[in-house]
Design a protein around this ligand. Structure first.
Ligand SMILES: C[S@@+](CC[C@H](N)C(=O)[O-])C[C@H]1O[C@@H](n2cnc3c(N)ncnc32)[C@H](O)[C@@H]1O
Length: 266
């Protein structure tokens, strides 16, 4: 179960610096949402608010509204530095959007958040409730059937450490398959417009950058499914394995994400 108590000011600041990958994926999702000036968007799991600010600036404009919520207070603190009249942030979990009225939003976004949710149904129920009839939801999530390269690297490290039977997600524990995502959305009452699996080559300048990205993106949960002594043992081994993959131009790791667009029936 991912912990929401392991974040630190350093990790939160680091995420704001190293989250270009999520930022790009989020921009792709936003294009699919096709927001119009004047519309209201809720960004669930907004993190430090980069994408929410982008949506406020480039989509909904001064007549619109973007609200970002995230359970991590340190990330919301950073998000609140983004000063635009149409942009605001609050500390909240996707499972409890009680601060918002039924039908308050034209669109809801969950970018790189869904794979952190142990139980999807309560969050989808809240998203459905706060959307207007006909409102859209966009989700990007790590894929269960096509794990990221880092997961394969980890599997090799575990095997070599004599932990061949253990499985570790590294961080994103609650990935979904295409079929699971489709069923969850349909069970939540949504009509699906599309679900697309996309593969991305991620170029990291060096091994430190891979580890910094993994720690900051997982708000301290990277390798969190191991007790501290095992983690201590695995980290140098993981570093070593990643170093063996490094080329003069850096470390290339692929990630695979589902992108879903769905709507609340009108
Ligand atoms: C990888 S970050 C993505 C942040 C942001 N959406 C972005 O695109 O940069 C994952 C975020 O999910 C948030 N999160 C984790 N559990 C959550 C929950 N139950 N409800 C809402 N957000 C959650 C974390 O706090 C974290 O900020």
């Amino acid at each position: 179960m991912p912990s929401l108590t392991l974040d630190t000011p350093e990790l939160a600041e680091q995420y704001d610096q190293v989250s270009d990958l999520q930022y790009e994926h989020g921009q792709y999702l936003l294009r699919g949402l096709a927001l119009k000036p004047g519309e209201a968007l809720l960004d669930v799991g907004s993190g430090t608010g980069r994408l929410a600010e982008y949506a406020a600036r480039h989509y909904v404009g001064a007549q619109g509204r973007v609200v970002g919520v995230d359970p991590l207070p340190l990330r919301i603190e950073i998000a609140r530095r983004r000063q635009l009249p149409q942009l605001s942030f609050a500390v909240a979990r996707g499972e409890d959007l009680g601060r918002f009225a039924d039908g308050e939003f034209d669109a809801v976004l969950l970018n790189s958040v869904y794979h952190w949710l142990p139980d999807k149904a309560p969050v989808l129920a809240e998203v459905f409730r706060v959307l207007k009839p006909g409102g859209r939801v966009a989700i990007s999530t790590a894929s269960r059937e096509r794990p990221h390269d880092i997961q394969q690297v980890l599997a090799r490290v575990l095997a070599r450490a004599g932990l061949g039977r253990a499985t570790s997600s590294g961080s994103t524990s609650f990935r979904v398959s295409h079929a699971e995502l489709a069923r969850q959305l349909e069970d939540g009452g949504f009509f699906i417009d599309e679900i697309r699996l996309r593969r991305f080559p991620d170029h990291f300048p060096n091994v430190d950058a891979v580890l910094a990205f993994s720690s900051a993106s997982s708000f301290g949960n990277f390798l969190g499914d191991f007790v501290p002594e095992v983690r201590e043992r695995l980290l140098p081994a993981l570093r070593h394995e990643l170093e063996s993959l490094a080329t003069p131009s850096g470390v290339l790791l692929h990630r695979n994400l589902h992108f879903a667009l769905a709507r609340r029936p009108a």
